[in-house]
Design a protein around this ligand. Structure first.
Ligand code: XUL
Ligand code: CO
Length: 447
């Protein structure tokens, strides 16, 4: 059976019931939907930190996780053993990609040199496994927030030594990304923000962060690293305000510092909620700016405010996300769906790592099927073009082609009675749209 006490997870469909927890009911990797196999639309990735390092703590309780590799007490032995467990899990789930932070992989030494040496040993083993299994790196990143030295940030730390350390750490992380052929490289601003505005020079900190990003772009060019750089916005937590608050804020930052296009966005469901947005909103903002890069797949809890990183199971939300992805033609030029998600504390058994990934993969596959059906009928496309059709000709066209002035519009509007100014189309009302999407869900998933 291998290292995990679980067989390869197969597609079991839903004709014979829907209760099998160790089989896919909707994710059928090679099934062609809207012109591409499901696996190519979804490009699932396993997050190393949650899946292999997370002990399932919460602010009030210790870790509950049972993991087979806890039998290795030496940290390096355990780090190396995890690579075997990781690649077996990827293959058993049929996931083609994975993601990691540098610090997820190996323990730190006393100096950066020692830390890098530990890391390289694990990366050697990962490289071998990537070659023998064909599993690829969606992205890697650098943890510039876990160690106490980053208490006040990394590139936005008020202490220049910390900026320098961060740059050195990141340099090696870029080298690893290049070596492993990572398709993207992520920058989540862990503690790049503030908790106390009275002691913070926000403008200076943002200038430092931009300088840091430019150094990374320069170094990637120098070493011939091709990965797409991605910023991952988050509104708050751990800081009371994070500088990459949401997609719009991150885009303004990229515009100000001449980094548009060089960086795209990695958007996360739970982070969207922390900014009081929907996941779909964040994706639409990025799409409209040509900045959609990749997605971290997870969800929050409506009743708890913080970053819960639940596995995504909300079908309405996965449908909305996949609707945007289908409209875009892809998640991003090199994007994927990285499960930045952890099992609940009570899902502590090793096997639960499979169940939770299956839940997330099936929920996104089902969302893809529903969204594809909506696109097939051009349901939303027709509804939206109908809604704005008054700009296709007549007075509306003069607005869009730039020939209208306040005077021509006054002339047009001045004698119009109120009754001619109130239009209603019914079919685009919120209640009707939501009910119709429910109908699409029922129809698409019962086929
Ligand atoms: C934290 C978060 C990170 C990034 C990578 O909320 O989402 O795990 O995805 O650093
Ligand atoms: Co994330």
């Amino acid at each position: 059976m291998g290292l995990w006490d679980v067989d390869k997870i197969e597609y079991v469909g839903h004709d014979k019931g829907v209760k099998e927890e160790l089989g896919f009911h909707y994710y059928d990797a090679d099934r062609v939907v809207a012109g591409k196999p499901m696996k190519d639309w979804l490009r699932f990735a396993v997050a190393w930190w949650h899946t292999f390092d997370q002990q399932l703590v919460d602010p009030f309780g210790d870790g509950t996780a049972h993991r087979p590799y806890y039998k290795y007490s030496d940290p390096m032995d355990q780090a190396l053993a995890k690579v075997d467990y990781a690649f077996e899990l990827f293959q058993k789930l049929g996931v083609q990609y994975f993601c990691f932070h540098d610090r997820d992989l190996a323990p730190e030494g006393d100096t950066l040199r020692e830390t890098n040496a530990n890391l390289d040993k694990v990366v050697d083993k990962i490289e071998e496994n990537m070659k023998s299994t064909g599993v690829k790196l969606l992205w890697n990143t650098s943890s510039l927030f876990t160690n106490p030295r980053f208490v006040d940030g990394a590139s936005t730390s008020p202490f220049a030594d910390i900026f320098a350390y961060s740059a050195g750490q990141l340099k090696h992380s870029l080298e690893i990304g290049k070596r492993l052929g990572g398709e993207n490289y992520v920058f989540w601003g862990g503690r790049e923000g503030y908790e106390n505005l009275w002691n913070t020079d926000m403008a200076r900190e943002k200038d430092h962060m931009a300088e840091f990003f430019h150094m990374c772009v320069d170094y990637a060019k120098e070493i011939g690293m091709k990965a797409q750089f991605l910023i991952e916005p988050k509104a708050k937590e751990p800081c009371s305000l994070q500088y990459d608050f949401d997609a719009s804020t991150a885009i303004s930052f990229l515009q100000k510092y001449d980094l548009m296009g060089t960086f795209k966005l990695n958007l996360e469901g739970n982070h969207a909620n922390l900014a009081t947005h929907t996941y779909q909103h964040e994706i639409r903002i990025a799409r409209d700016a040509g900045e959609l890069g990749s997605l971290d797949a997870n969800q929050g809890d409506k009743l708890i405010g913080w970053d819960m990183d639940e596995f995504p199971t909300d079908l309405y939300e996965t449908t909305a996300v996949m609707w945007e992805v289908l409209a875009e033609g892809q998640i991003g030029p090199h994007g994927g769906l990285n499960f930045d998600a952890k099992p609940r504390r009570s899902s502590f058994e090793a096997e639960d790592l499979f169940r939770t990934h299956i839940a997330g993969m099936d929920s996104f596959a089902a969302g893809l099927l529903v969204a594809a059906k909506m696109h097939e009928d051009k349901y939303i496309e027709d509804l939206v073009s109908q809604r704005y059709s008054s700009y296709d000709s007549g007075i509306g066209k003069t607005v869009e082609d730039g020939t209208a002035t306040l005077a021509t519009l006054e002339d047009y509007a001045i004698d119009k009675p109120q009754s001619e100014l109130i239009a209603s189309t019914h079919s685009d009302h919120l209640e009707s749209v939501r009910a119709t999407i429910n109908n699409y869900m029922i129809e698409a998933l019962s086929e």
